[in-house]
Design a protein around this ligand. Structure first.
Ligand SMILES: [Zn+2]
Ligand SMILES: [Zn+2]
Length: 265
């Protein structure tokens, strides 16, 4: 077919039956072995490209029970506090009982340590964009089953314009796009925007982070009446996610949840 002869290589690869494409990837791996961006080992069995099997398996995943409000893992159910005595009510950690975050719920897939931390660093600071795929999959596989049924859309936490320009991408957008696709939800990248520049949160003490991002976001009226989930790569104090949630609520969002690949514990 003449059109195929001139197609770009990836188009031709995509057009191959999956068995043949798999064989081609295997053959390419023999000539140019794919190396894991975290440990530099060749990708072997159990690989979650571009992560090798052992790195994928070593991620410190967060398992329930977790605080419904902030995603903090709470250990064995017997030690978890109930917000009320009624069975079936969400479990909330002592911090959130005293002062709940501005978002309605939060889930994180892994502890921000070890492999998850190294993979997120390679993704953001070494430009290893292919890591968006396993990191988004991690989020969906750990948190997807427990998500509310009335979610209307997934939104990325917007990155400061200068930082996105310098990095070439917004990590929350790359992860959020895949999360939304896997959840079968619309991805609305324009419903929340930065309206002013802020200093990087990572350079500030926890106590200064809320003030740094106050009033930094604006939301579209399109969010009115919807329950939406924000996606970010790392959740530290939750100050940025809280400020995003305030902006979305001010624009009429009925509920706002937060999803992070990793959480500082
Ligand atoms: Zn590895
Ligand atoms: Zn909490």
């Amino acid at each position: 077919m003449p059109a195929l002869e001139h197609a770009a290589p990836h188009t031709r690869l995509a057009a191959l039956p999956s068995l043949a494409a798999g064989a081609l990837v295997a053959a390419l791996d023999l000539v140019f072995p794919a190396l894991c961006p975290v440990c530099t080992a060749p990708l072997g069995s159990g690989r979650r490209d571009p992560l090798c099997g052992p790195c994928w398996a070593s991620i410190a995943r967060i398992a329930p029970p977790c605080c419904h409000a902030c995603g903090l893992p709470l250990g064995p159910p017997a030690t978890a506090l109930q917000a009320s005595g009624r069975p079936g009510t969400p479990i909330v950690c002592p911090v959130c009982v005293v002062r709940a975050p501005a978002y309605d719920w939060a889930r994180a897939a892994a502890r921000y340590e070890g492999t998850a931390r190294e993979a997120l660093h390679a993704f953001k600071f070494e430009g290893r964009r292919a890591l968006a795929r396993p990191l988004a999959d991690l989020l969906v596989e750990q948190c997807g089953a427990a998500l509310p049924a009335d979610l209307a859309a997934v939104l990325p936490v917007p990155l400061a314009r200068e930082r996105e320009r310098a990095r070439g991408f917004n990590q929350a957008t790359l992860i959020g796009e895949r999360v939304a696709r896997r959840l079968g939800l619309p991805f609305e990248r324009r419903w929340l925007v930065r309206v002013r520049a802020t200093a990087p949160q990572s350079e500030l003490a926890a106590a200064d982070r809320s003030a740094n991002v106050r009033g930094a976001f604006g939301a579209s009226p399109e969010v009115r009446g919807h329950h939406v989930a924000l996606v970010d790569d790392v959740m530290t104090t939750g100050a940025t996610l809280s400020e995003c949630a305030r902006a979305l609520r001010a624009a009429g969002a009925v509920r706002v949840g937060a999803l992070a690949v990793a959480r500082v514990i």
